[in-house]
Write a protein that binds this ligand. Structure first.
Ligand SMILES: Cc1ncc(COP(=O)(O)O)c(C=O)c1O
Length: 504
C-alpha cells in the first residue's frame, strides 16, 4: 500500500534521505501512520516517490535505529511510535529539525560548489564575479597599512565608531562627490562591511515577510537570496541591452505596491548592461512619485573600458528616495570587506543602529588603510590599469564567442564590468550542462541563480579569473559543450516525435 499524501520538497536544502525521514516522522506525528502499522516495502515507496531504493532502505534503517520503526525479518517494517513524548529521540542530533525555513537557493549553489571541487588546474573558470587577483595592488596596500598603524597606533585595533572611521569617511565624501557626482552631508554616509551587508541591513530595515520587492530580471543572486531570506515576494522587471526596462514600470508600481526596488544601473550583474540617462531619470521620477525607496547598487560603475557611463541615480535631482551603495570589491579587491551607503539622514541613522546590533563595528584599521591608499594616489593609479586589462579581455571574449558559439546562442555586449549573460536556445539547461562543461575544462555560473523564475537557458560568464589567452580556450570548450548538447537535444526531439506517432 502506498502512503497517502507524502511529498518531498526537492528544492529545499538537505539530503533526500533526511527529507524522507522527516516526512515519515511527520506522518507518525500527525497520526496518518499509526503505531503497529506496516510500512510499504522499500521498492514500492521508492517507486511512489521517485527515489532510489537504497535511499528508502537507509531512511528505514535510521528510523529503526532511532526506535521509531521496527523491522521484522521476512515480515516487513512497522511503526513503533514516536519515542516517549514525541520529541525525544535517540540517535544523532538532527539539526535539520531545528533550522528555520529561511529560504536559500539550494541546487545551483551546491552544483557550483561541486563543480569547483571537480575542476582541474586547467579548467577555465568563468564562474564567480571577482576581480583578477594578479592585478591586486598588494604592495601599495601593505605600505598604507603599516603607515596608518605607525601613525594612529592602538586605536586602529579597537572597536571603531559605528558609522565608520573618520579618515575613511573624509576620503569617501570627497571620492563620491568627485568621481561619482554623489554629494553627501556628514550624516548621510555609513561605512559597512561590504555592500552585501548594506543590502542585508536595508532588508532588515525595510522588509517584512510577505512584502514585495521589485528587482531586475535577471538580478544579482546574492541580493535575491537576502530578499528571499526575509520571506519577501520578488517581482522581476525585464532587463534588455540598455538595462532595466522602464516602459510599463509605472503600472507595475501602482499594482504591486513594492516596499523596495533594487537596481544596478551600471554594468549590471549578470548582463553587464547599462541604463542610459533617460531611463535613469524615469526611475528616479517613479521612485519619488510613488515614494518607494530605490536601492542603487553601484558595485562596478568605475570599471568602464573606454566610455564613461552616465552618473549614478543618486547624483540626479530629485533622488532623495535613492539609497546608494558602493564597494571597492570589484575595482580593487573584495577581501577588505568594506562598502558604503549614501542616503538620507534618517535612513543612515536607522541602518547605523541595525549595523551596531549586528556586528558592533567595521575594522578601523582596514578603513584607515584604504583611505591612506587612495589619498596617496594609488586608487587613481590603479583604475586605468584594470579598465584597460578588463576591456581587452572582454573584447577578446566577445570575439571568441563569435567564433565558437553555435547558432542560436546569443550574449550581451557590455561596455564595462566583468560579466556577460549568454542565452542558449530554449530547451538547453545550463545547470544540467555544468558537469559536462567541467569535464571539458570550462566553468560558468548557471542562469537559474539570477532569475526570479526559470532562467535555465542562460549562463553568466565572468572574466575575473581568466586572462586573454584563457578566455579564448574557455569559449572554444564552451562551444563544444553547447554544440554536443544541441545535437543531443535534436536527436531526443526526433525520437520523441517518433514515439507519438507509432507505426501502424
Ligand atoms: C551586484 C553586487 N552587489 C554587491 C556585491 C557584494 O559585494 P561586496 O559585499 O564585496 O561589497 C556583489 C558581489 O559580487 C555584486 O555582484
Amino acid at each position: 500500500m502506498p502512503i497517502q499524501n507524502i511529498t518531498l520538497d526537492r528544492s529545499a536544502p538537505g539530503t533526500l534521505k533526511d527529507k524522507l525521514k522527516d516526512a515519515l516522522l511527520n506522518q507518525i506525528r500527525s497520526g496518518a501512520l499509526r503505531s503497529g502499522e506496516r510500512l510499504p516495502p522499500t521498492r514500492i515507496l521508492a517507486d511512489q516517490l521517485g527515489l532510489n531504493r537504497g535511499t528508502v532502505s537507509s531512511a528505514y534503517d535510521d528510523l529503526v535505529a532511532e526506535g521509531v520503526l521496527n523491522a521484522h525479518v521476512g515480515r516487513g517494517t512497522y511503526v513503533e511510535g514516536l519515542p516517549v513524548d514525541g520529541n525525544l529521540r535517540q540517535g544523532p542530533f538532527r539539526w535539520s529539525d531545528h533550522f528555520t525555513d529561511l529560504e536559500l537557493v539550494p541546487r545551483e549553489r551546491e552544483l557550483l560548489a561541486q563543480a569547483t571541487r571537480a575542476a582541474g588546474p586547467d579548467t577555465v573558470s568563468f564562474a564567480g564575479l571577482v576581480p583578477d587577483e594578479t592585478l591586486y595592488p598588494v604592495r601599495a596596500l601593505g605600505k598604507a597599512l603599516s603607515e596608518v598603524l605607525d601613525e594612529y597606533g592602538a586605536p586602529l585595533l579597537a572597536y571603531g565608531p559605528p558609522g565608520g572611521h573618520d579618515a575613511f569617511l573624509d576620503f569617501l565624501r570627497g571620492y563620491l562627490a568627485e568621481e561619482r557626482g554623489v554629494v553627501q552631508g556628514e550624516q548621510e554616509l555609513l561605512v559597512v562591511n561590504g555592500s552585501q551587508q548594506a543590502v542585508d541591513l536595508l532588508a532588515r530595515a525595510f522588509l517584512r515577510a510577505g512584502d514585495t520587492v521589485l528587482v531586475e530580471e535577471p538580478s544579482y543572486f546574492g541580493a535575491l537570496e537576502i530578499f528571499r531570506g526575509y520571506g519577501t515576494r520578488l517581482v522581476g522587471i525585464p532587463v534588455d541591452e540598455h538595462g532595466l526596462t522602464v516602459n510599463g514600470l509605472e503600472a507595475v508600481l501602482a499594482r504591486e505596491h513594492p516596499k523596495l526596488m533594487y537596481v544596478m544601473p551600471t554594468f549590471q550583474n549578470p548582463t553587464g548592461s547599462t541604463l542610459p540617462a533617460s531611463r535613469r531619470e524615469e526611475l528616479v521620477r517613479l521612485s519619488s512619485r510613488y515614494q518607494i525607496p530605490l536601492i542603487e547598487d553601484d558595485f562596478d560603475g568605475e570599471l568602464y573600458y573606454d566610455e564613461v557611463p552616465p552618473r549614478p541615480l543618486k547624483s540626479l535631482p530629485g533622488s532623495e528616495g535613492v539609497i546608494y551603495i558602493g564597494t571597492p570589491s570589484k575595482m580593487l579587491f573584495p577581501g577588505l570587506r568594506i562598502g558604503w551607503v549614501a542616503a538620507a539622514e534618517p535612513v543612515i541613522r536607522r541602518l547605523s543602529r541595525i549595523k551596531q546590533v549586528t556586528d558592533l563595528s567595521g575594522s578601523p584599521l582596514l578603513q584607515a588603510a584604504l583611505a591612506r591608499f587612495a589619498n596617496d594616489g594609488e586608487l587613481k593609479k590603479h583604475m586605468p590599469v584594470v579598465r584597460k586589462a578588463y576591456g581587452r579581455r572582454m573584447r577578446r571574449l566577445l570575439a571568441s564567442l563569435e567564433e565558437h558559439m553555435p547558432q542560436g546562442v546569443t550574449w550581451t555586449h557590455p561596455k564595462g564590468g566583468l560579466s556577460i549573460l549568454v542565452s542558449l536556445p530554449a530547451g538547453l539547461d545550463s545547470s544540467e550542462l555544468l558537469p559536462e562543461a567541467i569535464a571539458k575544462g570550462v566553468m560558468y555560473t548557471p542562469g537559474r541563480l539570477f532569475f526570479t523564475r526559470d532562467g535555465a537557458n542562460h549562463m553568466r560568464l565572468s572574466i575575473g579569473r581568466t586572462n586573454e589567452q584563457s578566455v579564448e580556450i574557455g569559449a572554444r570548450r564552451l562551444g563544444e559543450v553547447l554544440r554536443e548538447a544541441l545535437a543531443k537535444s535534436k536527436k531526443v526531439g526526433r525520437r520523441e516525435r517518433g514515439a507519438v506517432l507509432p507505426p501502424v
